[in-house]
Design a protein around this ligand. Structure first.
Ligand SMILES: [Zn+2]
Length: 406
């Protein structure tokens, strides 16, 4: 039995991936022997409705001075964050001397838009290397984990905030209760929390099990979040689906009674009841589909190998660590993974130790097939790799189902 990180209730995981390495732990050959492994499993707490990892990896193992994920590597994501910033500025920052705090501000991809407009801001980012990248863009950043104690310190030094923002970060916080208590403390009476994270409904509908890895402590539904914020005298006043990270949801949260609640909230709650996002049977069905998807992808790659086809991975994402380790994708099946992030190049993928090479190697080595690990950026990638496709290169996808396309 596992203990719920939100309500301390107990639950049995509905799906285990077995032994897994740190998802973003791209490593050198000399580090293979000391690589850290843990059992990755996910469960549903029937008491509070939260879908979450069973057991958490110590946060310092994941977020540190060598953290390899820089938000600004995708042009599409840069555009997404520009839109996010504009929306918050237009709708939520009416006051003079507005103050914006971002939790998990990474390399400043979102806050830079506030910094440039001369808006008072503060980024909170535990990974020192990405925080440094933000500072060099003029984004004021403290290297810390966000919790209630830090929120207290921010209020003492800067006052309360008009907006607290989070993009793909709330679901990373195993100490979620403390973070929400801190947000409540940090927000002005009419202030709002606006955050977005991968959405449980999309993950279930698309069988996108690669969203499940150590950094994602929680898989949010509106139903579970509404209960959590309610315990802190807050409420969700708006929701808006986002077409990023394979399907995300943006939530706007305020002190209870401070803002009118949009009709979109009730519509989404009804949709979640239809989807069965609070029913164990739904998760059991998801588990079966995940295991079928794993078997099918492994079969396909073994068949291509037997036929003498060469396969490369496209995008050394954190998500790919779940897929390669769960499906047993060794360097014999996928000879390398190309990636544009310099911090990953020349290193090896966690667990399976597939070489990660610069993007230029993709064209030079001319694989027959590309296994699309960065499937959430498919449109951007297909436009960029027209030459590969035109030259007969084939794409292997596994979300929402395993398939090959030209
Ligand atoms: Zn619970």
């Amino acid at each position: 039995m596992s203990s719920c990180a939100v309500c301390r209730g107990s639950f049995e995981p509905f799906l285990s991936f077995g032994r897994m390495p740190i998802a973003n732990g791209f490593l050198d050959r000399a580090q293979f022997a000391a690589e850290h492994y843990f059992e990755l499993a996910i469960g549903f707490c029937a008491r509070c409705g939260m879908v979450q990892l069973a057991g958490q990896v110590e946060r310092e193992r994941m977020f540190h001075e060598n953290y390899a994920f820089f938000s600004s590597t995708s042009a599409a994501m840069a555009g997404h964050f520009r839109g996010f910033a504009e929306e918050v500025r237009a709708a939520r920052l009416a006051e003079d001397d507005a103050f914006v705090v971002e939790i998990g501000s990474n390399d400043g991809i979102l806050l830079q838009h506030f910094a440039r407009a001369g808006i008072r801001h503060l980024g909170v980012e535990p990974s020192a290397n990405v925080a440094q990248a933000a500072r060099s863009r003029g984004v004021r950043t403290v290297v810390e984990f966000f919790d209630e104690e830090l929120a207290r310190g921010i209020v003492a030094e800067h006052g309360q905030a008009d907006a607290v923002l989070g993009a793909n970060v709330m679901c990373h916080l195993p100490y979620l209760q403390s973070a929400v208590a801190g947000i409540r403390r940090l927000l002005k009476p009419r202030g709002v929390l606006v955050f977005e994270d991968p959405y449980l409904g999309d993950m279930i509908e698309k069988t996108s099990y690669d969203q499940i890895y150590d950094e994602h402590a929680f898989y949010f539904s509106l139903t579970a979040l509404e209960r959590l914020f309610g315990e802190h005298e807050m409420e969700i006043v708006d929701v808006a689906p986002q077409d990023v990270h394979g399907g995300s949801m943006r939530y706007t949260v305020a002190h209870r009674g401070a803002h009118a609640r949009s009709a979109a909230v009730d519509r989404q709650l009804a949709r979640e009841r239809e989807l069965g996002l609070a029913e164990p049977a739904r998760f059991e069905r998801f588990r079966r589909k995940v295991e079928e998807s794993r078997d099918e992808l492994a079969r396909l790659l073994r068949r291509l190998k037997a036929e003498g086809r060469r396969v490369a991975g496209y995008g050394a994402t954190s998500k790919s660590t779940t897929v390669t380790n769960f499906c047993g994708i060794t360097p014999e099946l996928v000879e390398f993974i190309c990636d544009t992030t310099p911090a990953k190049q020349g290193r090896f993928s966690p667990g399976m130790h597939i070489p990660v090479l610069p993007h230029a190697e993709f064209a030079q080595r001319r694989p027959d097939y590309a296994l699309l690990f960065a499937w959430n950026h498919a449109d951007e990638i297909m436009a960029k790799e027209r030459r590969f496709t035109a030259g007969g290169g084939k794409w292997i996808r596994y979300v929402p189902s395993v398939g090959v396309s030209g």
